[in-house]
Ligand binder design. Structure first.
Ligand code: CP
Ligand code: NVA
Length: 303
């Protein structure tokens, strides 16, 4: 049966650990010349722009021996009214898997329900699970473990924050999110995560309190793709939620800084923190490639 990856919880903690182990092997150069996905074709259907997700998938697919087909909805019949279900049924006849970046998570679920091949979420309004896999790999790489790590997220409770909560609750990471009122993570996801977590999940208002004794500090843009109309209001509300040296100084001395990127330097993060010795943001971006290769292998090759 096909497996989709629409949210981080589509993988068990054991599967995530296996996948991270494989990503570390791939990063070290193991099996560099093997092409486990030789002859396969993987679609990338992107409704929104992308640098990291698009390029890391295209390159990873090539390195695994498969072929990537990029589609913009406006250049296929989906943009002219062909239904999501018909599109999914047709594309399933050509492709072996499809990565989708979309506005509405529900349309991703609709697509997956009619697709007979694995569907991977390359970002929706609710989740960014491929990002969370790379985040976990980076934390493991820098800290040597996941369980018991104290992760603090400062800023907008968005798709990236939602997936981080799922990642933390699955892997035993304590997570504290400092968000302004009205910009908390999705309540239903938070409730589910709290109900099943083996670690602490806290939402608070004060970013300094969140940073206190953190091993990892994380932030993301204040205005996500598709939220441009609310930009002015969001920036106003999030102004006090900047990851800067004052906040970093509240964390553990050896804390690392993560950001999914793209960064809006001077808004949610300052240059000195982003480019400073504690920043792991470019390793984190690189790890998108390794974790997604491991994910594709996992979904497309029989165990
Ligand atoms: N982090 C991330 O998903 O970046 P892109 O929007 O460039 O793909
Ligand atoms: N929250 C951001 C993440 C970009 C990778 C957005 O959805 O635009």
């Amino acid at each position: 049966m096909k497996r989709d990856f629409l949210r981080l919880w589509d993988l068990s903690s054991g599967e995530i650990l296996l996948l991270l182990k494989r990503a570390i092997e791939l990063k070290s150069g193991k099996d560099a010349n093997k092409c486990p996905l030789m002859g396969k074709s993987i679609g990338l259907l992107f409704e929104k722009v992308s640098t990291r997700t698009r390029v890391s998938f295209e390159v990873g697919i090539y390195q695994l021996g498969a072929h990537a087909t990029y589609m913009n909805p406006n250049e296929i019949q989906l943009g002219r009214g062909e239904t999501i279900h018909d599109t999914a049924r047709v594309l399933s006849r050509y492709l072996d898997a499809i990565v989708i970046r979309t506005f509405s998570h529900n349309s991703l679920i609709d697509f997956a329900s009619s697709s007979s091949v694995p569907v991977i979420n390359g970002l929706s309004d609710l989740h960014h699970p491929c990002q969370a896999l790379a985040d976990l790999m980076t934390i493991h790489e820098k800290k040597g473990k996941l369980k018991g790590i104290r992760l603090s997220y400062i800023g907008d409770g968005n798709n990236v924050a939602n997936s981080l909560i799922e990642a933390a609750s699955r892997m035993g990471i304590h997570i504290t999110l400092a968000c302004p009122k009205g910009y908390e993570p999705a309540p239903h996801l938070l409730k589910e995560a709290k109900a099943s977590a083996k670690s602490e999940i806290k939402i608070i208002r004060d970013p300094k309190e969140a940073a206190d004794k953190a091993d990892v500090l994380y932030t993301d843009v204040w205005v996500s793709m598709g939220q441009e109309k609310e930009a002015r209001e969001k920036k106003e509300k999030l102004r006090g939620y900047q990851l800067n040296s004052r906040i970093l100084s509240c964390a553990n001395k050896d804390a690392i800084v993560l950001h999914c990127l793209p960064a809006h330097r001077g808004e949610e993060i300052t240059d000195d923190v982003m480019d400073g010795p504690q920043s792991a943001v470019f390793d984190q971006a690189e790890n998108r490639l390794h974790t997604q290769k491991a994910l594709l292998e996992f979904l497309l090759t029989p165990i």
